[in-house]
Design a protein around this ligand. Structure first.
Ligand code: SF4
Ligand code: SF4
Length: 344
């Protein structure tokens, strides 16, 4: 079932939806980009269609809605603690692209299916529904969703495409049909990306011997010279889930304060520090290897479902020294083929 609406009618629907839901979408923040006079596009609450950026990929991922970069999780005082309450408990609707919708499954793996359920994640995640935003025909230049199998999804309540002065809707969840009553009915289905110009070959790594040899490949050493270990790629990544915690004491002479968690990055110093001063993966190359293997092998091997990477390409977009994750994966695929050839 599809509908065609004028912008003002869609805004009325957004207004109705907002009475019972919090609505988030990619929004432009002028002149807040990395370089002077550049913008940033990130997720925020929206009220009107014109606030949503449809024609550019967002700088940051939809994950920031259900896993904020920083959040207070509990308050402590006098040896006791209290979890932070969610003040606005309404369901959450997120306008997102197919890759970002797939990304939440990777978060579910880590936060819900990894031997425990993360309380703070679950209480937000249980409220999330998606509105699918149609992508340009081939995505953007750094996208490789088709290689990762994340170019299509059916996990959305309705799909949306802006066509000139109209908004086309593909209704998926009949519970939301009431919002479109009286609107012009049309035949419309969201078109998914079928292929991207950028193709990524995921190496097939079965043997432990090959896995061990990957650790010593010379290709990782190149990143020792290039990678700044800044973590920009992981902050923007749709599927990087790591966080660390720190406590903020309100005054120096009481024990009252709050515990916050904040996004962490395997590229950044301190990530793997242990009690006693030991730390793993000191060089940029070792950290690059760890991230790449995690994204295209280790997660899938652990959870027996899908690779962690969804091919959004934000890591390539954000790296200040133009290190390309997708190129790195293709290089690794070549190296793995060579190693397999040596084994035969
Ligand atoms: S590794 Fe890069 S392409 Fe893959 S999900 Fe993260 S940001 Fe997107
Ligand atoms: S790959 Fe690029 S963005 Fe990522 S840590 Fe290295 S320099 Fe920073």
């Amino acid at each position: 079932m599809g509908y065609k609406l004028k912008f003002e009618n869609f805004d009325k629907i957004l207004k109705e939806l907002s009475k019972e839901n919090k609505i988030y979408a990619p929004k432009r923040f002028p002149k807040q980009g990395r370089y002077s006079d550049t913008d940033v596009i990130r997720y925020d609450k929206i009220k009107e269609l014109k606030e949503i950026v449809f024609d550019e990929k967002s700088t940051y991922a939809a994950k920031e809605v259900y896993q904020p970069i920083t959040e207070t999780i509990l308050y402590f005082t006098d040896g006791d603690y209290k979890e932070k309450k969610v003040v606005d408990d309404r369901p959450i609707i997120i306008f997102a692209r197919a890759c970002d919708i797939h990304a939440i499954q990777r978060f579910d793996d880590i936060y819900l299916k990894n031997g425990f359920e993360d309380f703070y994640y679950k209480r937000l995640r249980d409220k999330v529904k998606f509105v699918l935003i149609e992508c340009p025909k081939d995505g953007w230049d750094t996208c490789f969703c088709a290689s990762m199998g994340t170019n299509k999804t059916d996990d959305y309540i309705f799909g949306v495409k802006v066509a000139g002065e109209d908004v086309c809707i593909e209704l998926k969840d009949e519970q939301f049909a009431k919002y479109f009553e009286g609107e012009e009915k049309i035949d419309f289905n969201v078109t998914f990306v079928e292929q991207n110009p950028r193709k990524v070959r995921i190496p097939d790594i079965q043997s432990t011997e090959i896995k061990n040899k990957i650790k010593t490949l010379d290709m990782w050493k190149e990143y020792d010279k290039r990678c700044l270990m800044c973590g920009s790629c992981t902050v923007a990544c749709s599927t990087c889930t790591c966080f660390t915690t720190y406590d903020v004491n309100y005054t120096s002479d009481t024990d009252a304060g709050e515990r916050r968690r904040i996004a962490a990055s395997c590229h950044v110093d301190g990530y793997s520090d242990m009690a006693g001063g030991h730390s793993f993966r000191k060089t940029a190359g070792e950290r690059m290897r760890f991230k790449v293997m995690h994204k295209i092998h280790d997660h899938k091997s652990r959870f027996k479902n899908h690779n962690m990477c969804v091919g959004c390409g934000r890591c390539d977009d954000r790296c200040p020294v133009f290190i390309s994750f997708s190129t790195t994966v293709n290089r690794l695929a070549d190296e793995v083929e060579k190693l397999k050839g040596e084994e035969e």
